[in-house]
Design a protein around this ligand. Sequence first.
Ligand code: FE2
Ligand code: FE2
Length: 173
Amino acid sequence: MTTEDIGALLHAEHLQALGVANALEVRIMGADKNRPLGPTAPADRKFVDELVAALDDAICRHYRFEEETLFPLLQTAGLQDVTAMLTGEHETIRTMAGELRALAKNSAATPLDQQQWTRFRETAMDFIHAVMFHIQKEEMGVVRSLSLMLGAAASADLAQRYRAMQQGGDATP
Ligand SMILES: [Fe+2]
Ligand SMILES: [Fe+2]
């Protein structure tokens, strides 16, 4: 059995979240930027499915794990200010993710109207910036030094617990 470390798992999901941010950017700024999301284009259906899954997993589940399991350990290690800042950013991003999720879900039944599409694009823009900034901070301030801070055994144990969460399909939007 290979031992995983929690930093590597979180890093992999950060890359996944950046992939979503990139797909969002292409949809709202690329060739189709003036065409609201709707149910008829197969590419839109795929985009919405992937977006909703990623918001549930790489954002909501990931944040919950960090807040409930990882951050308390970091607080014990003296990083209270860092975890407070990161948790605040989670709140902001979660609100935007909820809005994007709701609009994307609507679009699977009826095309978004112009006002909804503008709202989606504006929220997506803010979401992209916030997610990129957040990940950058976590990668530099936390992920790199995680196994050093926690020790290899604790890091492997956390990885195992997070794997179980991933496999349980545990997600609350
Ligand atoms: Fe993270
Ligand atoms: Fe985070």
